[in-house]
Write a protein that binds this ligand. Structure first.
Ligand code: KMH
Ligand code: ZN
Length: 272
């Protein structure tokens, strides 16, 4: 079994300080949270950025400043900007951080009912457009799948040349409008991807740690962080993203699954 890659989704676009005061908005707060996650064992930082007041933005310059500040503290960490951004943003707005040529970026593989009137829109043409841009820019996509049908979409677009293999998936499970975080659904998703691909699992809310255990024992990888869950245990807020990562490391230790360094993660994912 490969070593375990831990991704920390430190910020997100929707979670607020009202949910957990440690959610980062400013550059300094993003650096603090990225470093706490890295020090605890994360090798990838999945990054959204905010204005200082918490408003989500895909502004290239804001990404540049935050990425440079994080890299100054932890130069070898893998930064994976979001191209999902926030509901309602245009495609070109969302793609801005890919102009900075990061090693990875997310590629969302379908449209989702986020609740109320919110629709997270990713048409087939959007996915093709993003896939093509990432190939042109040498960026490895992390394929965000919120449902089984999104795996099927990724496989179809791979056949048409918009996504290269080996593919790396993120099963985002338990989001409103997407697949549940039940073990039955995890088994369904992980059995539906090609043998040469890799995956990580991002369980939302109470699903975060049970699904982390499932991936640890199955040979997959794990994503945790405030974007997905703000609690360290039922009703207890996590003090930092690092505390969430530490818990994954403890669970991995129980199952004798060593943690990958960024260099090892690059090798597993075929980066660079
Ligand atoms: N904030 C969601 C609308 C991604 O990072 O690619 C999209 C999202 C997925 O978080
Ligand atoms: Zn995200």
């Amino acid at each position: 079994m490969e070593k375990l890659i831990i991704t920390a989704a430190i910020c997100g676009a929707e979670v607020l300080k009202e949910h957990n005061p440690a959610v980062p908005y400013t550059v300094e707060e993003c650096v603090r949270e990225a470093k706490s996650a890295y020090d605890a064992g994360a090798s990838i930082i999945h990054l959204h950025v905010r204005r200082d007041d918490g408003t989500p933005t895909q502004d290239k310059e804001r990404f540049r400043v935050v990425i440079e500040a994080i890299k100054k503290e932890i130069p070898d960490v893998i930064i994976q900007p979001s191209t999902g951004g926030a509901v309602g943003m245009t495609n070109d707005e969302r793609l801005q951080p890919t102009e900075l040529n990061p090693e990875m970026a997310t590629l969302d593989c379908g449209t989702l009912n986020f609740g109320g009137d919110d629709i997270f829109e990713n048409t087939e043409n959007t996915i093709k457009y993003f896939g093509k841009k990432m190939i042109e820019r040498g960026i490895k996509p992390e394929l965000e799948v919120f449902d089984k049908s999104m795996i099927d979409m990724a496989l179809r677009l791979h056949k048409k040349g918009f996504i290269q293999s080996p593919m790396h998936f993120d099963f985002v499970m338990g989001v409103n409008g997407g697949i549940t975080g039940e073990l039955r659904d995890f088994v369904f998703l992980r059995g539906s991807i090609p043998a040469d691909s890799t995956y990580t699992v991002a369980g939302i809310g109470r699903f975060e740690f049970p699904l982390a255990v499932a991936a640890i024992v199955d040979g997959g990888h794990v994503r945790v962080g405030f974007e997905d869950n703000v609690f360290i245990s039922k009703g207890v807020l996590a003090k930092s993203n690092g505390e969430l990562v530490e818990k994954v490391v403890r669970l991995a230790n129980e199952f004798q699954r060593p943690i990958a360094t960024p260099t090892e993660a690059r090798k597993i994912l075929g980066l660079g």
